[in-house]
Structure formats: structure tokens, C-alpha cells
Design a protein around this ligand. Structure first.
Ligand code: C2E
Ligand code: MG
Ligand code: MG
Length: 560
């Protein structure tokens, strides 16, 4: 072909054909008219300014062009160019190098073709493969990816990932009664709401039909999760307007917490199982999977979460253990001992959760609940003619330092209409010794309202005798550890005798805890102990069992 015919072809081609001379004297030797359609610049503009082309290319391409040789020029490559109006265009480009007789590269010739449409289609396909069409949320596939990335970050940063599974309640009903188009609107609305409450780093995905999954990162306390779940639930429950109808949607929520050793599949399975459980237990509830526990930390953590939930739902019982006069014949009072009805765990003893409740501050609401419950119970017994004596409630350190302690106590007594003389508090020796002056001050304020005060677990907390005198208390409870060895260990006998002498010298009532045998009771009586509590008489009793005990005790006293 003649050069003229070639030129004619180039001039009429749809592709941007060019020849660019390298330095010295760089600039375009030829630019086909199609360059205007593709880049927005006319050939005249490109001829006039040899630098213009570099403004159109992203820096990495400029660099690449500078190091060109013939090694991989044959295959084209795709690159993005900036057009005159600021928008971008994807082009596929093929280049060849022109050399002089000495083999030096003197110019570059090439063809660039607009492939924006194909690129957009590819991106669309990729999006479709990873996103849900209706809501545009990530789909299951992308979700798995996001969870594994989140897990990797969680391990690195030492926090946890929460995988939250939401299933809309009664969604089928909406589809059935309003039709699928309206159902779709609801799903889109819910998707938007979920997206609006999460952080940029969190993921909201559509898992299937009416199931959504939210992945939240950077979880470091139970509070983080509870607050977040409440927000999610509230957002879902906001009214949705469908035509003339206002609709309130609820979701059943299951949560699994993950960290080192967890897999996306495992977490999704656990969260899903927890969600089913929430649904089964009455819809629109949140349930936390407890299976996904891989370490002591996550164990403590899930206990804390479960505790929070249970406090909100009053999943606790108070048991009452009778305290008897040392002759074993008359009831002095009862000690209120809390039990946790932990879902899936049965009745849990306080030793395995009071510590966590104290560390997290949950002991305050829990303790206040126990106090109210105990006062109400006493009032109830008295109404039905059962004498309960004084009810003793255990107070932890965190409660003691709470500014609303006195207010709470007054509130509990007023609500149950009981007298301060019917209520007493047990505080362990170690708590009192933490800050003696402060303890004295708080004990005084309690004493001022007329309730009883006892030092619990006495003998285990290294009390200095001089302090004991300063605490405004009425009684001591000798720790079970001393009582249990009475009769087998002479030293314990001596300790109990010393505690009794000390207590009586200070005019305190001394109660022995954990009395299990008649022999122990006998020794305590001989030493002059005032009262006793233990399995010998009764284990902590559910409130319904107490009246029978109290009546039997009355019968015993009558026989005497
Ligand atoms: P505590 O106040 O020293 O309560 C006495 C514990 O000894 C109770 O354990 C009771 O069931 C147990 N006990 C009583 N008699 C016997 C016996 O003869 N033999 C044996 N082996 N044990 C006996 P429980 O109910 O497991 O409570 C453990 C601790 O948890 C309590 O010790 C108390 O410190 C704490 N606690 C319980 N309820 C509450 C509460 O409502 N608030 C706070 N802050 N602490 C509580
Ligand atoms: Mg106690
Ligand atoms: Mg005790």
C-alpha cells in the first residue's frame, strides 16, 4: 500500500493512531482524528503541546513508557486516560518502537482503542458476582471474604469480630399479603437502615431471602456489642411506610464472636444457630452464641455478654439460707444468695459470675435487684404469716462505693414496706480493708438509716484488730474454712475461740458459716458462738421451700 492510502485508512479509523517522536525534538508526528472522540483533545492541540499526552496518562504509565523496549510490546495493555473534560476513559493500547540505523529508539507508534464499555461490563459482572442485585449489598461470597479479613485484623489488633445474623420476623406474611414487589421494598429499606448504623469498616451483607449479616470489627468489651445490637434492633423496628400502611418489622438476632482460631464458616454457623434460638424463644430477640469460645478471654467475654442480657431479662433467682441461733432451735434470719438462670447452663452459682459482675460494674444493677427481691420476699412471707427474721444481703465492693447505695437501700425498703431492723448487709473483710477510712464513712451512712451490718468471711482478710473496732458493725461471720476443720484441726479451734473473744469484746454477734455436722455445732456452742448457718440445717432454699422450713423450726421450738 502506498503511504497515502495508509494515511487515508488511519484518518478514517475509529482508533486513535499516533506516532510520537522521542527527544530530542519530541512531539507527535501523526495523530489520527479519532483521538478527539476518545480523549476530547483535537489533533491540533496534541501537535501544539508535546507535554499534553503526559497529563493524560497516570504516572505509572509515564514511567513505564520511559523504560520501553521491544520485549513485551506485542501484546496490548489496558490503561486509563484522563480526558480533556476530566473524566476517564479505558483504552487498550498496542505500541511499536521505531529505531534508527544505530538501533536507537527514535519514535513510538501505536493504536489506542476505547474499551470503556467492555470495562464497565466487566466491573458490572464482578459486582453482580459479589453483590446482591436487589439491595446492592455484598452477597455471601463477598461476606466470607470480609469476615476472614476482619478476623485477620482482629488477631493483629487483639480485639474480636462480631458476626450478627438478622432474620426478619414474619417476612413471609408481608410477601403473601402485599405481594413480592412490596416485600422487595421492605428489604431495600432494611438494607439501607442497617447500612446507616454501621461504621465504614463494618460490612452489611444480604445472606439470603430475609436474612442479613452485619460484621462489626474492633470489639473490645461486652458493652460494645450490647449497645450495637440495641441500635440495630431499634433501627430495624422503625416504622416502614408501604403505600397506606405503616409497618413495624422485627428481627431475630444471633451473634457469634470470633478471634484467633475462628473461621468465617464457623462464625456464620454459630450466629445462625443463635438466631434460630432467638426465634424459637420468641421472636425479635437477640441471642449470643456461646459455642464460639476459644480462649479464657472470649469465655469471660461471652459470660459478660450473657450476664448483661440476663440482667435485662431478670434471669436470676434468689435463694434463702436460714441462719439459726446456736441451739439450732430458733430462726434468726435468712441470707439472700443469688443464682443465675443462665440460658443453656442451668442454675449457676455466684462464685463463677460475681467476680465478672464486679469487674464490669454489672454488680450494681444485679445487686440492686437482689436487694429489692429480698425485701419483697420478706414482705411477702410476713403477709402470709411466715416469719423470716432479718434478711441479709451481700454487698460487693463496687456496690459499696456506688454513690446511690443509700438511696437504693431506702428505695428497696420503701417499695417493700419493710423496716430497717429487718434488713442487714454482709460485706467481706477484704472489701472493707481496701480503703478503711472510706469504708467507715459508708458504713456510718448505712448505720444511720438503721440497717444491720456484718463483716463476712471473717478471718480471711487480714484485718488489723485496731481497725475492727472502728468499723460500725453489729456482727461477724466466721469463714467456712475455719468451721469446716473444727474438731480435726486444733489450730482452727483456737482461731475460732479468738474470733469469738474478740467479737464479744467488741459487742458483736458472731455467726458461724458452713456448719455441716453436729460435732461442729457442738464445738461452736461450747465456745459461745451466737448463731450458725450451714447445710446441717438447710442449704440455700428456693423461696417456695422456705415456709415449710420455718414452720418445722417453729414446731421444734414448741417442743423445746
Ligand atoms: P457468702 O456470703 O459467704 O455465702 C455463704 C456461702 O456458703 C454460700 O455460697 C452458701 O451456699 C455456702 N454455704 C452455706 N452453708 C454451707 C455449708 O454448710 N457447706 C458449704 N460447703 N457451703 C455452705 P454461695 O451461695 O455459692 O455464694 C457464694 C458467695 O457469693 C457468697 O459467699 C457471697 O460472697 C457471694 N454472693 C452470693 N450472692 C450474692 C449477692 O447477691 N451479691 C453479692 N455481692 N455477692 C453474693
Ligand atoms: Mg454472705
Ligand atoms: Mg461468707
Amino acid at each position: 500500500m502506498t503511504e497515502k492510502r495508509l494515511q487515508l485508512l488511519a484518518d478514517n479509523a475509529q482508533d486513535f493512531i499516533f506516532s510520537y517522536r522521542l527527544p530530542p525534538g519530541r512531539g507527535f508526528d501523526y495523530v489520527s482524528p479519532a483521538c478527539e472522540a476518545i480523549t476530547g483533545y483535537t489533533p491540533a492541540e496534541l501537535y501544539a503541546d508535546p507535554e499534553l499526552i503526559f497529563e493524560m496518562l497516570e504516572p505509572q504509565y509515564v514511567e513505564m513508557m520511559q523504560g520501553l523496549d521491544n520485549s513485551n510490546l506485542s501484546q496490548g495493555w489496558e490503561l486509563r486516560m484522563r480526558r480533556k473534560n476530566g473524566s476517564t476513559v479505558w483504552v487498550e493500547q498496542r505500541l511499536s518502537l521505531v529505531r534508527d540505523e544505530d538501533g536507537r529508539i527514535v519514535s513510538v507508534e501505536g493504536i489506542a482503542r476505547d474499551v470503556s464499555e467492555r470495562k464497565a461490563a466487566e466491573e458490572r459482572l464482578e459486582r453482580q458476582a459479589l453483590h446482591d442485585e436487589l439491595t446492592a449489598l455484598p452477597n455471601r461470597r463477598l461476606l466470607r471474604d470480609r469476615i476472614s479479613q476482619a478476623l485477620a485484623r482482629a488477631v493483629r489488633d487483639g480485639c474480636l469480630v462480631a458476626v450478627v445474623f438478622l432474620d426478619l420476623d414474619r417476612f413471609k406474611l408481608i410477601n403473601d399479603s402485599w405481594g413480592h414487589a412490596e416485600g422487595d421494598k421492605v428489604l431495600v429499606a432494611i438494607a439501607e437502615r442497617l447500612r446507616s448504623v454501621v461504621r465504614g469498616s463494618d460490612t452489611v451483607a444480604r445472606f439470603g431471602g430475609d436474612e442479613f449479616v452485619v460484621v462489626r470489627e474492633g470489639i473490645s468489651s461486652g458493652d460494645d456489642v450490647s449497645v450495637f445490637l440495641d441500635r440495630l434492633a431499634r433501627e430495624v423496628q422503625r416504622k416502614i411506610v408501604l403505600g397506606n400502611n405503616d409497618l413495624v418489622i422485627n428481627a431475630s438476632i444471633g451473634v457469634a464472636l470470633g478471634g484467633a482460631g475462628d473461621t468465617p464458616e464457623g462464625l456464620l454457623r454459630d450466629a445462625d444457630a443463635a438466631m434460630y434460638k432467638a426465634k424459637a424463644e420468641g421472636q425479635s430477640r437477640a441471642e449470643i452464641a456461646t459455642k464460639a469460645v476459644h480462649s479464657e478471654v472470649t469465655n469471660r467475654f461471652s459470660t459478660e455478654l450473657a450476664l448483661r442480657r440476663s440482667i435485662a431479662r431478670d434471669e436470676f433467682d434468689v435463694m434463702y439460707q436460714p441462719v439459726l441461733a446456736i441451739d439450732g432451735r430458733s430462726l434468726v434470719g435468712v441470707e439472700a444468695l443469688v443464682r443465675w438462670r443462665r440460658p443453656d447452663h442451668g442454675l449457676v452459682e455466684p462464685d463463677s459470675f460475681i467476680g465478672i459482675a464486679e469487674d464490669t460494674g454489672l454488680i450494681r444493677p444485679l445487686g440492686a435487684w437482689v436487694m429489692h427481691q429480698a425485701c419483697r420476699q420478706l414482705q411477702h412471707w410476713s403477709r402470709v404469716g411466715v416469719r423470716g427474721g432479718v434478711v441479709s444481703v451481700n454487698l460487693s465492693g463496687r456496690q459499696l462505693s456506688s454513690p446511690d447505695l443509700v438511696g437504693n437501700v431506702l428505695g428497696a425498703m420503701a417499695a417493700a414496706r419493710i423496716d430497717p431492723s429487718q434488713l442487714s448487709f454482709e460485706i467481706t473483710e477484704s472489701v472493707l480493708m481496701e480503703d478503711v477510712d472510706r469504708s467507715i464513712q459508708i458504713l456510718r451512712s448505712l448505720k444511720d438509716i438503721g440497717v444491720g451490718l456484718t463483716i463476712d468471711d471473717f478471718g480471711t482478710g487480714y484485718s488489723s484488730l485496731s481497725y475492727l473496732e472502728r468499723f460500725p458493725v453489729d456482727g461477724l461471720k466466721i469463714d467456712r474454712s475455719f468451721v469446716s476443720r473444727l474438731g480435726t484441726n486444733a489450730a482452727d479451734g483456737a482461731i475460732v475461740a479468738a474470733v469469738l473473744a474478740l467479737g464479744h469484746a467488741l459487742d458483736l454477734t458472731v455467726t458461724a458459716e458452713g456448719v455441716e455436722t453436729v460435732e461442729q455445732l457442738q464445738i461452736l456452742a461450747d465456745l459461745g458462738c451466737d448463731a450458725a448457718q450451714g447445710y446441717l440445717f438447710a442449704r440455700p432454699l428456693p423461696p417456695s421451700d422456705f415456709p415449710a422450713f420455718a414452720t418445722a423450726e417453729k414446731a421444734l421450738a414448741a417442743l423445746n
